[in-house]
Ligand binder design. Sequence first.
Ligand SMILES: [Cu+2]
Length: 186
Amino acid sequence: METVYKFLFAVLILATLVVEEAAAATQHAVGGSQGWDESTDFTTWASGEKFNVGDQLVFKYTSGLHSVVELGSESAYKSCDISSAVTSLNGGNNVVKLTKPGTRYFACGTSGHCGQGMKVKITTAAADASSGTTTSTPASSSSPSSASSSPASTSTSASASATAFVSHGALMATLLLAISLFLVLF
Ligand SMILES: [Cu+2]
């Protein structure tokens, strides 16, 4: 009977850890309440946000008026070279997952909009910086309607699974530690 309780305790710890890990991922509504629009100051917005691995960017805009293109380099970003886009998204509500540390460049694909400042540079911090601290997200972005925006994250799936493996390892280590602690104490 005692083993049953031990098992249940272990399951409880595991469930808690999984929930905590899920809660640590933040959704960033790009541009804040103004959204993905040419009137938004994205440099100021991005400087006030902290991007961690596992977080998501949510681009909200009027479908047909704007789009989201990911650019492959700093130079393409600076010169608004939309033709070198890595990924192109549209539809008005796109979710892009930040799967690894580093800088990513996004711009609007509509002619002239990037030049007007409708672009943003996102720098994702290394995984270890994400422990615990979750940045605030506007309540409006709470609907996780993962639109047809998966292509952006699938291109980097190899590194994504590597990151997942690392965090999974840390999770298992914590779990094993908790279980052994329990066995020693009781
Ligand atoms: Cu635009």
